[in-house]
Design a protein around this ligand. Structure first.
Ligand code: AMP
Ligand code: MG
Length: 535
């Protein structure tokens, strides 16, 4: 294939930049850090970098954009998606938003290191916003540098795609590119800065609008801007709701509540802990957004958070995510109140979060147990006892649920025989006392009876469970091993994990090692069990 054909896919991308066409721009064009008033965004150019190198790209995201593997492997692709070259139709900008960080209003935040290149329209007529993360400073960079390091970029790139294949609503990642430049980071904010390789991820989503994009205008009393952004969001991302009106605002907010509830149910299903559920990290589309110090539950522990910045309060711990999402929706309700000016209907609308979460969570619990319906009469107690058992001894959540499908459904078997398929899930075999085994054995027997009384065939039970309980997730230590190699210039494990995580629910016999529980060396290693916001 000659180079002309190689670049034709890229150059034929069509842009239709609705956000900047229809919403007010920052009249100041200088790229200086400041408070930006009266505008939804500021135009800004990505920084030029010396020596970009493609680490990986997602073929599924490329397909969404009608790009071929040849397009993605071209030098042009690397230049464009590191920010060195603009394609015709691209018109880069950073958006203005605020947010509550750890429960406290933080004022203007904004795209401090994210630069939107534009909205491309694919052959199916879908709009996809392309956004570079780590491509240099913007008016919203505050005291930081607008850059990102390889370590956090590998994590964002792999996790976005892993979540998509797990069926969790998420922003996507097209590419991961080294800039060839160094970025200084003090990883644990403890006076040990070191140079790290810089990188840029190109994120892709129908919209990157966050709760904080609305909050900033409400906080500043810029109600005309608030209305413009809400109307725009409804027309572009929620067109099925009809033309904006008081009633449509409420139905829109209800839908945001429902989408958010759906996303959180998925997080709880797969054991994902976001780590920084600030309102600026909540997508208006209910997508998982901003992969920072996130983590995956290894041993089931609702109190766990990977984020060392949050280690004292653990506000964003696994078990608190459903409540935090609700609190964040309350902040969004406050932000749009000036458009509605009535408390009652907003309160009713926010109830749709609980009304979606409760049955969604129950259906999720049922699916994880291979049941076709959740019956509170039996399953409240069954699930409560299971969650206690999972915490009594260190139990790998992912392995436990996956292996539970292999249970021999015979309540007459001994506890040891029943437990045999589950043994891989335990981190500290000495914790398996006789007392524990008896209690787990009793639970397994009541589970067997519950399944049997439901009349569900074993093959069907296994099918339901294997579709709800992934075999492979982006275990914290696996991401760190891929990072260690990538920092040495070896990108093979990034590619290997990307490939593995395309089929998280399938058995992949040659990849069994990637389904193993966290090895002991990773228990306390930074990056594996503890992460800071430094990225
Ligand atoms: P986060 O909670 O990590 O999503 O980020 C909070 C805010 O800090 C957002 O406005 C980000 O754009 C900004 N931010 C984070 N890291 C950087 C950086 N290296 N340079 C500029 N802004 C940043
Ligand atoms: Mg953020």
């Amino acid at each position: 294939m000659n180079s002309q054909t190689k670049t034709c896919g890229l150059d034929s991308l069509i842009f239709d930049n609705r956000f900047i066409r229809e919403l007010p721009a920052d009249p100041q064009t200088a790229n200086t850090r400041r408070q930006v008033f009266g505008a939804c965004y500021s135009r800004v150019m990505p920084a030029q970098v010396a020596n970009p190198q493609l680490v990986a790209y997602s073929r599924e995201v490329a397909e969404l954009l009608d790009l071929s593997p040849e397009d993605c492997e071209s030098d042009d692709f690397t230049q464009v998606f590191v920010g060195n070259r603009l394609l015709p139709g691209m018109d880069p900008y950073a958006t203005c938003y605020g947010g509550h960080q750890f429960g406290v209003w933080a004022g203007q935040l904004g795209d401090g290191r994210a630069i939107n290149l534009g909205e491309t329209v694919n052959r199916r007529g879908e709009h996809w916003t392309l956004q570079l993360k780590g491509a240099g400073e913007t008016p919203y960079s505050r005291t930081a540098d607008g850059l990102a390091v390889l370590r956090s970029s590998v994590r964002e790139f792999l996790c976005s795609e892993a979540m998509y294949h797990l069926g969790v609503p998420t922003t996507r990642a097209l590419s991961l590119i080294l800039t060839g430049e160094e970025v200084i980071r003090d990883m644990f904010y403890n006076g040990n800065p070191r140079p790290e390789p810089g990188a840029v991820v190109c994120r892709v989503a129908p919209s990157f609008t966050r709760f904080g994009n609305f909050q900033i205008f409400a906080a500043r009393g810029e109600i005309d801007l608030l209305k413009k952004l809400v109307d725009f969001t409804i027309r572009t991302d929620f067109p099925h709701l009809g033309e904006p009106s008081l009633d449509v605002y409420l139905r829109w907010f209800e839908e945001v509540c429902r989408r958010t509830a759906d996303m959180i149910v998925h997080w709880q299903r797969v054991g994902f802990v976001h780590g920084v559920m600030n309102t600026d990290n909540m997508s208006i589309l209910g997508l998982t957004i901003d992969y920072g110090p996130y983590g995956w539950l290894e041993n089931y522990d609702p109190g766990w958070t990977p984020n060392t910045t949050d280690s004292a309060e653990r506000r964003y711990r696994f078990g608190n995510q459903p409540q935090i999402a609700f609190w964040n929706l309350g902040q969004l309700a406050n932000a749009i109140y000036p458009l509605i000016e009535q408390v009652e209907p907003l309160q009713q609308a926010i109830n749709s979060y609980v009304e979606t979460f409760e049955p969604g969570w129950q259906a999720m619990v049922a699916a994880k147990l291979g049941l076709n319906v959740y019956d509170p009469a039996t399953d409240d107690a069954l699930n409560t006892e299971l969650l206690i058992l999972l915490q009594l001894v260190e139990t790998d959540m992912t392995i436990f649920y996956r292996k539970l499908a292999q249970l021999v459904m015979d309540a007459e078997l001994s506890n040891d025989a029943l437990m045999a398929p589950l043994m891989d899930a335990y981190y500290v075999p000495e914790q398996l006392t006789d007392e524990y085994k008896t209690r787990l054995g009793n639970w397994l027997k009541s589970y067997i009876k519950r399944v049997q009384s439901s009349g569900i065939a074993d093959a069907e039970r296994i099918k339901i469970m294997n579709a709800a309980n992934p075999k492979y997730v982006l275990r914290n230590y696996l991401a760190q091993l891929a990072i260690d190699k990538a920092e040495q210039g070896d990108f093979s494990m990034v590619s290997e994990l990307l490939e593995l995580l395309r089929h998280p629910y399938d058995e992949q016999p040659s990849k069994e090692g990637f389904a193993s529980k966290r090895p002991d060396w990773a228990r306390q290693r930074p990056g594996c069990s503890m992460l800071s916001c430094s990225s």
